[in-house]
Design a protein around this ligand. Structure first.
Ligand SMILES: [Zn+2]
Length: 62
């Protein structure tokens, strides 16, 4: 990971932002121990927009 706040893949887990591959079982305070879970359409859209924004703004937002 190169940036302190990496943007999750659009298809990353709904609960913990990890991609499907290599997820296995993860624990979060909100979801507890869980397998990879498909993100909501809203999450996918938000992540795609965040990735696009990150690409088009090379300098840090102040
Ligand atoms: Zn997860």
């Amino acid at each position: 990971v190169t940036s302190p706040r990496a943007i999750a893949e659009p298809s990353a887990c709904r609960h913990c932002d990890l991609p499907c591959h290599g997820h296995a079982r993860q624990w979060t305070q909100a979801a507890g121990l869980h397998p990879w879970t498909a993100p909501t359409d809203q999450q996918i859209l938000a992540r795609m927009q965040a990735r696009r924004a990150a690409r088009t703004t090379p300098t840090a937002i102040t």
